[in-house]
Design a protein around this ligand. Structure first.
Ligand code: HEC
Length: 210
């Protein structure tokens, strides 16, 4: 099992190195656009440790799935743990989602009542949401935990977290019209991710399907 964690670490480190070598402009571009820079090697190593902490609580079949992912998706997942320092030892993804929903309601209330400060705070809490015990992967349908199945994650992250940050900045400036538009884009991210990974919540095996 130890070897497997190391494999994940090695693959993601290689991806980091490859990207750093192949795309030297990426960090500068990100800086120019005012976005957070890609993680450097020391950061990458720290991310890997966090990733291994998640993998330590996964079942062996889950670990195997995670290790089979492409270096690009692994690197993306390492970036996710680095960007989300609030990592719970007990909460499930559903509990984290309900927390996100509470903040989502707060944003909607704030937008409707011209309260830019509350909108900005709650939107940033959404962008900086907690990670559940074991990370995101164990809570997704097993057949979606593939390089292909997870390839949609970066665009969903951009729609939800990217828009949440833009929403916060607009709300803080008092531009509630722009903030409301970002709220729409953010919502489309929730919708797309649920359509891809979740299906109808709370169905029962004892009720005939429609
Ligand atoms: C990375 C994909 C992803 C994104 C983005 C996402 N969700 Fe979820 N969400 C899920 C998954 C998967 C579940 C099912 C979790 C489970 O049941 O274990 C879920 C469940 C939920 C639930 C629990 C009840 C239910 O319907 O299953 C709520 C509430 C929720 N999400 C709200 C939101 C909101 C609000 C947003 C946008 C701000 C959002 N989610 C964005 C993947 C996502």
């Amino acid at each position: 099992m130890k070897n497997r964690f190391t494999l994940f670490a090695a693959a993601a480190l290689c991806a980091g190195a490859a990207l750093a070598g192949l795309l030297p402009g990426t960090a500068a571009d990100a800086r120019a656009q005012g976005q957070p820079q890609g993680p450097d090697m020391a950061e990458m190593r720290r991310g890997m440790e966090l990733m291994q902490k998640q993998m330590a609580v996964m079942t062996p079949d889950m670990v195997e799935r995670a290790n089979a992912l492409s270096p690009e998706i692994k690197k993306f997942l390492v970036g996710v743990v680095l960007k989300h320092p609030r990592q719970s030892d007990t909460l499930t993804l559903r509990q984290v989602m309900e927390e996100i929903l509470a903040d989502y309601h707060a944003v909607a209330t704030a937008l409707a009542t011209d309260n830019g400060e509350l909108a900005a705070d709650a939107a940033r809490r959404i962008a900086n949401h907690r990670l559940p015990r074991g990370g995101l992967l164990p809570y997704l349908p097993l057949d979606k935990v593939t390089t292909q199945g997870l390839s949609v994650l970066p665009s969903m992250e951009k729609a939800v977290e990217g828009s949440a940050h833009l929403l916060a900045a607009a709300a803080e400036k008092g531009d509630m019209v722009a903030a409301a538009q970002h709220f729409g884009t953010m919502t489309s991210g929730c919708v797309a991710c649920h359509a891809h990974f979740r299906g109808q919540p709370g169905t029962s095996a004892r009720v005939r399907a429609r």
